[in-house]
Design a binder for this molecule. Structure first.
Ligand SMILES: Nc1nc2c(ncn2[C@@H]2O[C@H](COP(=O)(O)OP(=O)(O)OP(=O)(O)O)[C@@H](O)[C@H]2O)c(=O)[nH]1
Ligand SMILES: [Mg+2]
Ligand SMILES: [Zn+2]
Length: 350
């Protein structure tokens, strides 16, 4: 028997379930997504589930169950069941599907915190941290920065300097799996029932950190150091794991690029600590590119805002605008296509 409150089940979710037409059936949480089925944690144990046709109908792939989703199921055999409803998602981490212009990919849902994991070697890259932060804050998930492999030689001053403009927005931990005293504060920062997703490049030590936090080997990690950056991915799927007496951790395979799937470019000003600046521009709709009396450009000229930070802001804003515009366009096209097929059906019937 599983106690689902340890897996994050709470009153809010209970109320969400009450609004489903299937509220009298069982619920569970998706722990892993395989090619043809879903692994679900239910009160009765771990189940292998398939999707009912009604759940599939009319949905884009990013709306199908992802790790962390709460679902309603109908059991049909020992340890087997059919998913017949998905509870409305909250705090979902998305990214842009690689190779796609405007398609989202859901990485994990019902997430409280996201650990942005980078190692203190060539992997450290503040521009990539900012990119993750945009996507994480957009869904009101709390970002946390985990800098791993602190047993290696690194330049602390340089790291601190690079993080200056975001340090107010994000708690930062330096960790090493070789130094238990660096793992403990991270362990203590995770509350019971809280869901944490770990994201970052391949080889930075996400699975190793999870093993350290769980004090046992939950996931396999790569044997040899991937300092060349070319190693194959060790983790191949997203997977949810319960800590012994804290929260829930979601491991993800490293991604080469994390494209923004952002609807709200305004989160950006918050991340870059620019909200006050933006508010004091002369024009309310200032784009901070070439307007007169732009407080942002002024801050760059006065050296109050670093130029690379300003450029990073413009770059991510552009990407976010582009995604949101092409997603709207896609929705519009899909809608008019649906309309045309409806019309065509009517004509056939006549
Ligand atoms: N020196 C040192 N090595 C570490 C540390 N944490 C992880 N490693 C090593 O880094 C390598 C990669 O670790 P993983 O945990 O597999 O990395 P990952 O982020 O899960 O990688 P993917 O699953 O491919 O995304 C392994 O060889 C680990 O032993 C650390 O704190 N210090
Ligand atoms: Mg891994
Ligand atoms: Zn401006």
């Amino acid at each position: 028997m599983n106690n689902l409150s340890l897996y994050g089940w709470n009153d809010n979710l209970f109320r969400l379930k009450e609004s489903s037409q299937y509220k009298n059936l069982f619920h569970g949480r998706v722990a892993a997504v395989n090619k043809t089925n879903y692994e679900v944690i239910a009160e009765s144990g771990r189940l292998l589930c398939e999707l009912a046709g009604n759940v599939l109908y009319g949905k884009s792939s990013f709306e199908l169950p992802c790790v962390g989703d709460w679902i309603i199921f109908q059991p049909f055999e020992d340890n087997k069941a059919i998913i017949i409803d998905i509870l409305a998602r909250k705090h979902t981490l998305f990214r842009r599907r690689s190779g796609a212009e405007s398609e989202r990919q859901a990485i994990a849902s019902h997430v409280d915190k996201a650990f942005i994991v980078q190692s203190l070697d060539a992997n450290f890259n503040v521009r990539r941290i900012e990119r993750f932060m945009v996507q994480i804050l957009e869904e009101n998930i709390q970002p946390v920065l985990i800098l791993t492999k602190s047993d290696l030689i690194f330049n602390r001053q340089q790291i601190d300097g690079a993080l200056k403009h975001i340090e107010q927005q994000i708690p930062i931990f330096f960790t090493s799996i070789l130094l238990p005293e660096t793992i403990l504060p991270v362990h203590e920062s995770i509350k019971k029932g809280e869901t944490v997703v770990l994201v970052g490049s391949s080889g930075v030590g996400k699975s190793s950190l999870i093993n350290a936090l769980c004090e046992r080997t939950v996931f396999s990690t790569s044997e040899i150091s991937k300092s060349s950056g070319k190693g194959r991915h060790t983790s191949t799927r997203r997977e949810m794991i319960l800590m012994r007496d804290n929260g829930i951790l979601i491991d993800t395979p490293g991604v080469r690029e994390f494209g923004l799937a952002s609807d709200n470019p305004e989160t950006l000003a918050q991340i870059y600590d620019m909200s006050d600046l933006v508010a004091s521009c002369r024009f309310e709709n200032c784009t901070h590119v070439n307007e007169p009396d732009c407080a942002v450009i002024e801050a760059v000229n006065n050296g109050l805002l670093a130029e690379d930070v300003y450029h990073s802001y413009l770059k991510l804003r552009k990407e976010s605008w582009y995604f949101s515009a092409s997603e709207h366009e896609k929705r519009r096209r899909d809608k008019s296509f649906a309309k045309i097929s409806e019309e065509a059906k009517k004509i056939k019937k006549r």
